[in-house]
Write a protein that binds this ligand. Structure first.
Ligand code: TXA
Ligand code: MG
Length: 321
């Protein structure tokens, strides 16, 4: 059985050093024993991910995490207290128990406590944390269902723990620290507004300042079909083709067949839109279209993470190889 809800089987495979796909509230992860390099290597192989791209380490609780962290800024502790378990990843100085393979040589490790009942139970049964990137092929759209994982990686991994569709739908917000100042490396499931409400001043790393860690590679989250971002009414004039699909925020457009349009949230709810985003991209990418036209959403709350993912999925940002 390649897919199911068998936590014991998942635990046995992970203890044996095998990779297993796990559900989280953000997206599915491809997990392996974070303390065993041979196991971590299998993640990179299955995803075909370059080894200079570091991995997030998932813990079941803060006490487990503290064993592997050298120091925790006060603002980090505040954020952890407010948002864990949940869609927040913190970049913290690591101890030597976390290998360079996990952090790609960095002295900081990305850590988070995910908020999914199956995965929390799984972590509780294991004596080690789980390194897990999103369970997609490198550069492709992140998976929010077990089916998405199966299509991309099913033949390469022994088991997918099926926890249903992800409830948040975009990846975790990644926050590093300059002293006590929190710095957002990636917008995600915890909004900028929620962060500032918790700790006051928060900086957002500008694109130009972003380190060349490949997690920040522009080509991430991209469908195979060319995707353009902008006002669909305007873009439709530019792309005179029958085979056009629309990824809309809250309303459909006339003149395009309804099965080629996905509305992320009819009521204009950004949380609902985030939850539906990647499934919509997977769906439209499977239709064999010539272009996908994607409409930006209001740039606030989790909408900032949605717009970030649309930007990264854009045709002009794809790596050509
Ligand atoms: O919601 C999530 O964060 C999901 C679930 C599975 O937890 N995981 C996820 O992992 O999105 P991944 O590998 O697809 O994205 C993690 C990002 C990458 O951009 C990576 O470069 C960055 O985190 N990252 C990981 N460790 C880092 C480190 N030590 N320093 C800087 N960036 C790091
Ligand atoms: Mg990813």
């Amino acid at each position: 059985m390649a897919k199911g809800k068998d936590i014991q089987l998942a635990a046995r495979l992970l203890r044996a050093g095998q990779p297993v796909a796990i559900p989280t509230e953000t997206v599915y992860g491809l997990a392996a024993n974070a303390l065993q390099d041979d196991a971590v290597l299998k993640i990179y192989e299955a995803k075909q991910r370059p080894k200079f791209n570091p991995l997030i380490v998932h813990f079941g609780n803060v006490v487990q995490m503290q064993r592997h962290i050298a120091d925790i800024p006060e603002t980090a502790a505040l954020l952890a207290g407010a948002f864990w378990p949940g869609p927040l990843t913190l970049l913290l100085p690591k101890k030597s128990s976390i290998s360079d393979l996990v952090t790609a040589g960095s002295s900081r490790v990305a850590v988070r406590i995910p908020n999914h009942p199956l995965t929390l139970e799984l972590l509780d049964q294991l004596s080690f944390p789980l390194a897990a990137p999103s369970a997609n092929r490198f550069g492709y759209i992140s998976p929010t269902t077990a089916d998405h994982v199966e299509k991309q990686l099913g033949a390469r991994i022994p088991y997918i723990l099926d926890g249903g569709p992800a409830s948040i739908g975009v990846e975790s917000t990644i926050v590093g620290f300059e002293g006590e100042l929190p710095v957002v490396f990636r917008m995600g499931g915890i909004s900028y507004e929620a962060l500032t409400e918790c700790v006051g001043e928060v900086e957002i790393l500008k694109k130009s300042e972003k380190p060349e860690t490949p997690g920040m590679l522009k080509s991430h989250y991209a469908p195979k079909t060319p995707l353009y971002v902008g006002d669909p009414e305007i873009l439709l004039k530019e792309f005179q083709t029958e085979k056009v699909g629309i990824l809309a925020f809250s309303k459909t457009r006339s003149g395009i067949p309804s099965d080629r349009q996905v509305v992320l949230s009819k009521s204009g709810d950004l949380n609902e839109a985030a939850k539906n985003l990647f499934a919509a991209m997977h769906y439209l990418d499977g239709l064999g279209l010539e272009v996908i036209l994607a409409e930006p959403v209001p740039h606030k709350g989790i909408g900032m993470a949605i717009n970030d993912r649309l930007e990264r999925a854009k045709q002009e940002n794809k790596v050509k190889d």
